[in-house]
Design a protein around this ligand. Structure first.
Ligand code: SF4
Length: 81
């Protein structure tokens, strides 16, 4: 199943969990907030299958529920499911 993801920086608390769990997907911006490396945090590019397991773990471990994941590309950062 395809997965798409982005980080809501409005709620990210820079805990570091997601980058530790899934360093191929997440990185920090200049303000220390997490973002998705694949597509400039737009949620429009499919996460490579080899990283999906890490993505799901990172989503489940995010203490502020800032990691958004769905099966289709995000549009305007609003779920279309
Ligand atoms: S796990 Fe969540 S709160 Fe922590 S850095 Fe990542 S997105 Fe931000």
């Amino acid at each position: 199943m395809a997965k798409f993801t982005w980080v809501d920086k409005e709620t990210c608390i820079s805990c570091g969990s997601c980058e530790e769990i899934a360093p191929d997907i997440f990185e920090y911006d200049d303000e220390g907030l997490s973002q998705v490396t694949l597509d400039d945090n737009t949620g429009t590019k499919e996460v490579p299958e080899t990283f999906v397991e890490d993505l799901i773990e990172a989503e489940e471990c995010c203490p502020s529920e800032s990691i958004k994941v769905q099966d289709v590309p995000f549009k305007n950062k609003v779920s279309v499911e």
